[in-house]
Design a protein around this ligand. Structure first.
Ligand SMILES: C[S@@+](CC[C@H](N)C(=O)[O-])C[C@H]1O[C@@H](n2cnc3c(N)ncnc32)[C@H](O)[C@@H]1O
Length: 338
């Protein structure tokens, strides 16, 4: 049955992206797509080359977009959700620069988080990635005016001023000097009411790169809006643990082919920092692990506003708070907003 016109709502950017990515591999023999993905996985495993683009041609970028972009999109969307929660009511970026933006996952994530049009530029040194990003964005009216610009991250990088600068899954591909250069350039580019969001894989080394970026951003005068409910130093003893979160990603048939199994989803682990020039509205604490639910109690591992780690046991005696703890998820603010 057709939905009544009155309940019609246009597809969200997330749905539009999913459909555009599904069409990407149409016509490509499945074994060829799987081979391109396997080559990419090998490039990203271990020491990632920093002297030349990994995404060299259309097959590489199609494999990247089909295989990795849904996951990087969900990770960035989750980080932006936490930034949106910490921003004053009505704050939305009027402009975005996505550095090392590749096929544009962070641009789609911003469009999915905040309504309306904005001025957007994607910078990357891989022309095939920019070309495919432009092609995918063609399926979403709100992304029609995005500028896709070739640019190399290095000491000479300058970024035009923007309300939001995103750097997603890029630091791993850079030398230590270039990592510092891109974070400093992002900090310099953020408008007086702006923000910088950096996302990396949720691995111990990804977390270390985030902590280094976080330190540079606080040294440059930024507040930490998320995930930390404070701007003090990270309370994790170096080498003992790593702060990371998880975003659920639907698996495509390509994922099932490459990874085997029949699960309909997988969880993308990521580390991130959202830093703002404005004073954020931070929660009292954030849940830093999947809550452990036992009979009659929920155990929550927390990072707290004083810049310390803590654990809270919420039992049935706590009534509505107990119910909230049972529903709470890894990465949520705690306690939940009334
Ligand atoms: C893993 S991809 C991430 C793409 C996108 N940001 C995302 O989240 O899906 C890393 C991107 O960084 C770009 N990149 C790596 N080193 C670069 C450099 N030195 N200058 C410009 N872009 C670079 C790559 O071309 C690639 O598009």
């Amino acid at each position: 049955m057709n939905a009544p016109l009155s309940s019609y709502s246009p597809a969200s950017p997330a749905d539009t992206l999913r459909a555009a990515l599904a069409g990407l591999l149409d016509g490509l023999p499945p074994t060829q797509a799987a081979r391109a993905v396997e080559r990419l996985i090998a490039s990203y495993r271990g020491t990632t080359p920093t002297d030349a683009p990994i995404l060299r041609d259309r097959a590489d970028v199609a494999a990247y977009a089909a295989y990795r972009m849904p996951a990087t999109f969900e990770a960035v969307r989750s980080a932006l959700g936490a930034l949106a929660d910490a921003a004053p009511e009505g704050w939305a970026p009027g402009s975005q620069v996505d550095v090392g933006g590749g096929t544009g996952a962070a641009v789609w994530a911003v469009a999915d988080t905040w309504a309306g049009e904005r001025d957007v530029t994607v910078l990357d040194w891989a022309e095939p990635a920019l070309a495919l990003g432009r092609e995918l964005a063609g399926s979403c009216d709100r992304l029609a005016s995005v500028r896709w610009q070739r640019s190399r991250i290095g000491a000479a990088l300058t970024i035009e001023s923007a309300d939001l600068v995103t750097v997603s899954y890029v630091l791993k591909e850079l030398t230590a000097d270039d990592r510092r250069a891109v974070v400093d350039a992002a900090a310099a580019a953020a408008s007086p009411d702006g923000a910088v969001v950096v996302v990396e894989p949720g691995t111990p080394d990804g977390y270390e790169r985030i902590i280094e970026a976080r330190r540079r951003l606080t040294d440059a005068g930024f507040h930490i809006a998320a995930p930390c409910p404070h701007s003090a130093a990270c309370p994790i003893e170096p080498g003992t643990d790593w702060c990371h979160f998880s975003a659920r990603v639907s698996r495509s048939s390509l994922h099932r082919q490459v990874k085997g199994g029949s699960l309909a989803y997988e969880d993308e682990k990521f580390s991130y920092v959202a830093a703002t020039r404005f004073a954020p509205e931070r929660p009292a604490a954030r849940i830093t692990r999947r809550p452990q639910i036992r009979k009659g109690q929920a155990l929550l591992d927390l990072c707290e506003a004083e810049g310390a780690l803590g654990r809270e046991t919420v039992t049935k005696r706590h009534g509505p708070l107990y119910r909230a703890a049972r529903d709470a998820d890894w990465g949520d603010a705690w306690p939940p907003a009334p």
